[in-house]
Design a protein around this ligand. Structure first.
Ligand SMILES: [Zn+2]
Length: 199
């Protein structure tokens, strides 16, 4: 394709176009906006990205992303350590936090069981979850999507958690079938968390 920009700018466009929600057209517009506002946008963004790349790591306890380990959420003494909310990924964790209805700790699974995609329990952070359900934990909330894979994973986890004696609950419906937590409005998530029920 003919291009008006040099290879460095084309590279920026190509990389930005790989971001979710971006296509080549919006990547071009974003690149132009960055280059036009170099001091206020491009330079601070480049610095923030370099810092994130150097310092952000998954928390060894819950799997959330942070620059400290254990993460800020795990280290917060005001959060209820007897309550663990299991989420598919960090996006779902962030959605849950935006809802503001949950004041316990989290556990990021790192995916869902999927026969179709060949994802088995070994690919997920299941042993880490079981290891966390010691005497301190009284309830595990399964906040997984209402999809086939989400519900398969929830049943599997409920089975694995049963011998530990911990109470297992899941989010109430209100979470639409096929729904990804990340796409829900904050109020719906908060309501689903309050109306959770035994899994
Ligand atoms: Zn953590």
């Amino acid at each position: 394709m003919a291009s008006a920009a040099g290879p460095e700018i084309e590279r920026l466009i190509t990389l930005l176009a790989k971001l979710p929600g971006m296509g080549p057209r919006s990547a071009r517009r974003a690149t132009l906006a960055l280059l036009k506002r170099r001091e206020h946008l491009l330079d601070p963004l480049a610095k923030a990205m370099a810092e994130a790349s150097a310092r952000v790591r998954p928390c060894t306890l819950c799997g959330a992303l942070d620059t400290v380990d254990p993460c800020t959420l795990c280290a917060d003494p005001h959060r209820d350590a007897s309550l663990i909310c299991v989420v598919e990924d960090v996006g779902a964790l962030w959605a849950m936090e935006r809802g503001g209805a949950f004041r316990g700790r989290y556990h990021v699974l790192g995916g869902l069981l999927s026969a179709l995609d060949g994802v088995g329990p070994g690919e997920l952070r299941v042993p880490e979850l079981l290891a966390r359900t010691g005497e301190e934990v009284r309830e595990v909330v399964l906040a997984l999507p209402a999809t086939v894979d989400g519900q398969t994973t929830a049943h599997y986890l409920a089975d694995r958690l049963q011998p530990t004696g911990v109470q297992v609950t899941s989010l109430a419906r209100g979470v639409p079938v096929g729904g990804d937590l990340d796409w829900l409005d904050d109020g719906t998530i908060a309501q689903a968390m309050r109306a959770r029920r035994p899994a």
